[in-house]
Design a protein around this ligand. Sequence first.
Ligand code: ZN
Length: 65
Amino acid sequence: MSIRGAKLYGPSPPSDTMTNWTLAPLERGVEFVCPNCGRSTIIRNYKARKLGISYKCPVCGFEGP
Ligand SMILES: [Zn+2]
């Protein structure tokens, strides 16, 4: 039973730092702190990793695969 027109509110799912592809609950992804400065959390979508899209730390600008 659902209420027509109701919207779900809640914490938004994490999305890939560079591509903004949202991680599905069961989708493989990885979340880690920047290996260079350790001050930002980088979220990597499995699909983005597979495509070889590199990430860039928004804090220090560190780029990695
Ligand atoms: Zn960094």
